[in-house]
Design a protein around this ligand. Structure first.
Ligand SMILES: [Zn+2]
Length: 456
């Protein structure tokens, strides 16, 4: 990561180069929503594909699902979300800004165990310590209210009659409710995992921070169902696999660390996250949680379906434990963009911005650039060949130097230039993004050359 990188620079590059736009921008935006543009969608898709390859495709014990976002509301009673998924919020009566009470306390007094406080205790604490509004400096608070984090909508069946349904605040419930289906149809033996990539929604007030925390986000996660006796081994194995994965994607060791949780949910046996040093500091990148048999026992209780597993070898009947591994696709995209960014000073004194994505993650693998406009017919032929295999960009406008710079900024590992020699002998130059060195290759060798470089 470049030491000069700030979140503001990254946001500006993303906007200028088509990675990420503000959501509903022409209407002045919509808080904490972002739209991935033509470049960003490729990067994010490549990240999701890489995750799926490592954790589903290459793992004989893992199965994928794609569950519905809207679920039977009883699911959220069983999970505990209906009862207790909320944030303690209060408003400043002077400036009308809204804050989370726990954040206000934590920012002022680092060692307070705010998670264990009741609403009343937080209110007393804020009053005793006269914690002022961080926005306007006044001390003029409303009482604290518990603000529900699940987005509610309603489903009308008969006119006038409406039932509340929720946009899912986490994807994992789609795996728990399908435990029996997957086990039966795939003839799966415990231990096995069910994996999913999908959107979740949380009605949070957030400090922004670009893609780090958004009200609508995409999770890549799996739930590993296992025997209680082997659950800690599997937990530790996933810690290692999770770390290896983010390193494979280009995040460097210096910017990664484990953070074991000391405070656990009442049902959890262990929990940790991997933190990454973002431009905003160390923050959670993903989580690995040992959830005991909480999830399956709750769904057994609320659905009335027995979710026990009968081991065909030992005849033991038991409720499997769950190891959860979850990582946010948007947050990981932010981490990868932060890591890849470099402002490089060139020999001639100029600087260039380069995104050093691993080639398999790069939005476009190759750009086809005719040196001059009258070479565009030949260039389009080359584009046609390459675009059957990879995402390619095509650019024939402006000086070649500027076109290279643009490809550097979106992290394209190779630029293929068509010049007058190409017409003579069907060879092109291919330029490497990182070294800026060029070699000459026959057109017919391009596909295999690039294929080798982008393997994951
Ligand atoms: Zn205020």
């Amino acid at each position: 990561m470049d030491k000069n990188l700030t979140m503001e620079k990254l946001v500006n590059l993303c906007k200028a180069r088509g990675f990420v736009f503000q959501g509903s921008e022409i209407y002045g935006g919509f808080a904490n929503t972002w739209d991935f543009g033509p470049v960003g969608v490729e990067l994010k898709n490549n990240i999701k594909k890489a995750w799926w390859k490592r954790f589903v495709q290459e793992d004989p014990m893992a199965y994928g699902v794609d569950a519905a976002i809207l679920m039977n509301p009883r699911v959220w009673e069983a999970s505990g979300h209906v009862q207790s998924f909320s944030d303690p919020q209060l408003d400043c009566k002077s400036c009308k800004y809204r804050f989370r009470a726990d954040n206000l306390i934590e920012e002022k007094f680092k060692d307070v165990d705010v998670e264990r406080m009741t609403t009343k205790e937080m209110e007393d604490y804020i009053n005793e310590h006269k914690i002022k509004c961080p926005h306007c400096g006044n001390f003029n608070w409303t009482p604290i209210r518990q603000f529900k984090l699940m987005f509610e909508t309603s489903r009308g069946t008969v006119e006038g009659e409406k039932d509340i349904v929720y946009l899912r605040p986490e994807t994992c419930q789609g795996e728990y409710v399908n435990f029996l289906n997957v086990q039966r149809t795939m003839r799966a033996k415990v231990p096995f995992a069910i994996a999913q990539i999908g959107k979740s929604f949380r009605n949070e007030i957030t400090p922004g921070n670009f893609l780090f925390r958004t009200v609508e986000f995409e999770q890549m996660e799996l739930q590993m169902f296992c025997h209680p006796n082997e659950s800690m081994d599997i937990y530790n194995k996933y810690k290692e696999r999770a770390m290896n994965f983010v390193e494979e994607l280009g995040l460097t060791k210096d910017n990664l660390r484990f953070h074991d949780h000391e405070k656990l949910a009442h049902y959890a046996k262990a929990a940790c996250d991997i933190q990454y040093q973002f431009p905003i500091g160390w923050q959670e990148l993903n989580g690995i949680h040992h959830r005991g048999d909480w999830d399956l026992s709750r769904h057994s209780e609320f659905s009335g379906k027995n979710m026990e597993y009968l081991d065909p070898y030992t005849n033991e009947k038991y409720l499997p434990n769950v190891i959860e591994y979850s990582i946010g696709a948007d947050r990981l995209t932010l981490a990868i963009m932060s890591e890849a960014y470099e402002e490089e000073t060139l020999e001639n004194g100029e600087t260039r911005v380069v995104m050093h994505f691993k080639p398999f993650l790069a939005p476009f693998k190759v750009a086809v650039l005719p040196l001059q406009k009258n070479l565009s017919e030949k260039a389009k032929e080359v584009y046609k060949i390459l675009s059957k295999e990879f995402m390619c960009d095509y650019d024939e406008a402006g000086s070649i130097g500027k076109r290279y710079r643009r490809q550097d900024e979106i992290g394209t590992p190779y630029c293929v230039t068509i010049d007058f020699d190409t017409l003579e002998n069907n060879t092109v130059t291919i330029r490497d993004r990182d070294t800026m060195e060029q070699i000459r290759l026959p057109i017919q060798d391009l596909v295999s050359y690039i294929q080798k470089a982008i393997k994951f």
